[in-house]
Design a protein around this ligand. Structure first.
Ligand SMILES: NC(=O)c1ccc[n+]([C@@H]2O[C@H](COP(=O)([O-])OP(=O)(O)OC[C@H]3O[C@@H](n4cnc5c(N)ncnc54)[C@H](OP(=O)(O)O)[C@@H]3O)[C@@H](O)[C@H]2O)c1
Length: 273
């Protein structure tokens, strides 16, 4: 779905002067995987990139790569689950840049939560980062964008956020939340200058999936995914579900009755499991 064309008040990244009035991006989960790959793409397109994650050393390493790619990184360590700390990080960013043009909520956790051995602590941790952290990032940045009537919110969901998968109940549940929350935001903001993009990838080769025992199919490269996200953002798309074939298969499974779906999916060993 393509959203209403709006005139952005921030300079277009491809035409921004190299050391001039750069557009500003805030990215969570910026030290690793998809978040880091997005920082690199945004940096390459001339953005000043405020990079948020907990681990300072990994953030600084990633920031060096962003700088080498031509971006202007800003390292802002924070735990997205802690609203006060996240708000303080945003205040630091706004004090320097005055605005955030693009906010990417990519911080996330993913691991198996099989029903036979549920561990409430592990379940809660995933809710804290994937749901509370996601909402903190968007909820803190959005008022500034709405006030300026311009901006772009990019939220990471997953193809796992369409229907339950065996052994992955909590991950799927949090990713459904991310996807559906982004859908509602899209509708709420349709008549404003703030755009939304929900990203639903299949498996991506990042530290999150590195230890998976089960075979992953159609695995995406994080840098290629980040380029697709950037293009989708510039094109004003509100949903990016990739890879295309797997996304189609996922959508095909949606109207299936449970008995049929369970037959295809229910006994499979899934990554994370
Ligand atoms: N990899 C996949 O196959 C895949 C597929 C579909 C969707 N996704 C989604 O894409 C997003 C990124 O995943 P990824 O694969 O890139 O993961 P990743 O490589 O494990 O990176 C996760 C990032 O999140 C940060 N993070 C974790 N907890 C945090 C917290 N409490 N506060 C701030 N930052 C935190 C981590 O840094 P610190 O630990 O230092 O904080 C790290 O920078 C997630 O939302 C994931 O669900 C991933």
């Amino acid at each position: 779905m393509t959203q209403r064309k709006v005139k952005t008040s921030y300079p277009h990244p491809d035409t921004a002067a190299p050391s001039g009035d750069r557009p500003v991006a805030l990215v969570t989960g910026a030290s690793s995987g998809i978040g880091k790959a997005l920082c690199l793409v945004l940096g390459r397109h001339g953005y000043e990139v405020a990079m948020i994650a907990r681990g300072q050393a990994a953030l600084e390493n990633a920031a060096e790569e962003v700088e080498a790619a031509g971006g202007v990184p800003m390292v802002v360590p924070a735990d997205v689950t802690n609203r006060n700390a996240h708000e303080a990080a945003l205040d630091t960013i706004l004090a320097r840049t005055g605005r955030v043009d693009v906010a990417v909520a990519a911080a996330g956790l993913g691991y198996a939560t099989p029903a036979e051995s549920l561990d409430l602590e592990r379940l809660q941790r995933m809710i804290d980062v994937n749901v509370t952290g996601f909402v903190n990032t968007i909820g803190l940045v959005l008022p500034h964008m709405v006030e300026r009537d311009t901006g772009h919110i990019v939220g990471l969901s997953s193809l796992s956020g369409y229907r339950g998968l065996p052994g992955n109940g909590m991950y799927c549940g949090t990713k459904v939340f991310n996807r559906v929350f982004m859908q509602s935001l899209r509708m709420d903001l349709a008549n404003t200058g703030v755009k939304t993009l929900c990203v639903c990838p299949g498996w991506v080769a990042t530290p999150m999936t590195r230890g998976n025992k089960a075979k992953m199919q159609f695995v995406l490269d994080p840098d290629k995914l980040a380029t697709k996200v950037y293009k989708a953002m510039v094109a004003g798309k509100s949903l990016l579900a990739v890879p295309h074939g797997l996304a189609e298969m996922t959508r095909f499974g949606l109207p299936m009755p449970d008995t049929l779906y369970d037959l295809f999916v229910g006994r499979r060993r899934m990554p994370f499991a």
